[in-house]
Design a protein around this ligand. Structure first.
Ligand SMILES: [Fe+2]
Ligand SMILES: [Fe+2]
Length: 329
């Protein structure tokens, strides 16, 4: 997956891929060459493993360069470089919130898509989940600003794939969890659980997932409602932290006990799983499904609010506040 440059489809020219100049992070070394385009030709700007400095970036600014280029064969090294330096990039106030949000979304999409591939060997799955943990750890400060969620919403709200819904659920859960000021390991575990909550759906037939659960017959619904349990079983090879497992297992439980798979009620459902359950519902409603269009944030919140007995009222009010502080409702 290629980093979309400036919200336009990236065009690979003569084997060179455009990247934003802001991605040349001071005091880092990139394991790829960086080129400029001058007079229609690609000119070497920084060699592999050169120490990058603030001057590298400021000089590009003075030249008015809107893009620099890497060899397209180095795309995966570039993706690793961004992931490895995500904390620095997100905390760099010289980079616009828009570019930081776009970069975060691109990186998260790469990682989430890779983890939602079916039939991964356990060792590969473990490594990929570790990268997601690192991304979350690098992101928490960035997410304290309401501006960040506003910028991110432009990039995370599109698409109906399981992994895209996983990212959306994780982002809203992260913002909501911050209102409870949890310790870092709990935050990471909850966000990993939010990202992977629908993993069990990978083991369900596609035709079933294209059906509105309200239109399923009893047998179909029983198969569908097993996905939290299947997800917990599938993730046993990682293994996940207990809070993450609870988020996978409890994300369809309801405060009134009418949820599944266990029918747990109220505080029997851990607080962080109530957070992920609500964010799952909200994010799902905002995405288009084969049987209905995606709801606007306002419509989705109204739908959740009208679902009496479904969600924790205090958690709901916090979601309303997080979204309105970010200007999303
Ligand atoms: Fe689910
Ligand atoms: Fe979900």
């Amino acid at each position: 997956m290629v980093m979309p440059s400036r919200k336009e489809a990236p065009s690979v020219e003569d084997g060179y891929l455009p990247i934003p100049p802001e991605h040349l992070l001071p005091n880092t070394r990139a394991s790829f060459e960086i080129y400029l385009k001058q007079g229609g030709k690609f000119v070497l700007y920084a060699k592999t493993n050169d120490q990058l400095t603030t001057q590298h970036r400021s000089k590009l600014g003075e030249m008015g360069a809107r893009e620099v280029y890497i060899n397209v064969s180095k795309e995966s090294e570039y993706s690793d470089y961004i992931q490895d330096n995500m904390a620095q990039l997100l905390n760099d106030d010289d980079i616009s919130a828009d570019v930081r949000a776009e970069t975060w979304s691109w990186s998260a999409a790469n990682l989430a898509e890779a983890v939602y591939e079916s039939s991964l060997p356990p060792s590969v799955l473990r490594k990929r989940v570790d990268r997601i943990k690192k991304l979350i750890e690098a992101s928490s400060r960035f997410f304290t600003s309401p501006e960040s969620l506003k910028e991110l919403a432009k990039y995370i709200s599109a698409g109906g794939n399981i992994y895209q819904h996983g990212i959306g659920t994780m982002v809203y859960s992260l913002c909501l969890m911050q209102t409870y000021d949890p310790d870092e390991p709990t935050m990471t575990a909850v966000c990993v659980g939010a990202m992977l909550h629908d993993m069990g759906k990978l083991h369900l037939p596609e035709q079933l997932l294209e059906k509105d659960p309200r239109d399923m017959n009893e047998q179909e619904f029983r198969a569908y409602a097993a996905h939290p349990n299947i997800g917990v079983r599938a993730s046993a090879v990682i293994p996940l932290m207990p809070e993450a497992i609870h988020c996978v297992l409890f994300h369809h439980e309801r405060m009134d006990g009418k949820g599944y798979p266990s029918g747990a009620t109220g505080e029997e459902i851990p607080l962080y799983a109530r957070v992920v359950g609500l964010c799952n519902a909200y994010d799902g409603l905002t995405r288009s499904k084969p049987w209905r269009r995606g709801y606007t944030p306002f419509e989705a919140l109204k739908h959740v609010r009208d679902d009496t007995g479904g969600f924790d009222e205090d958690v709901f009010m916090r979601l309303v506040k997080v979204l309105s502080d970010s200007g999303l409702t």
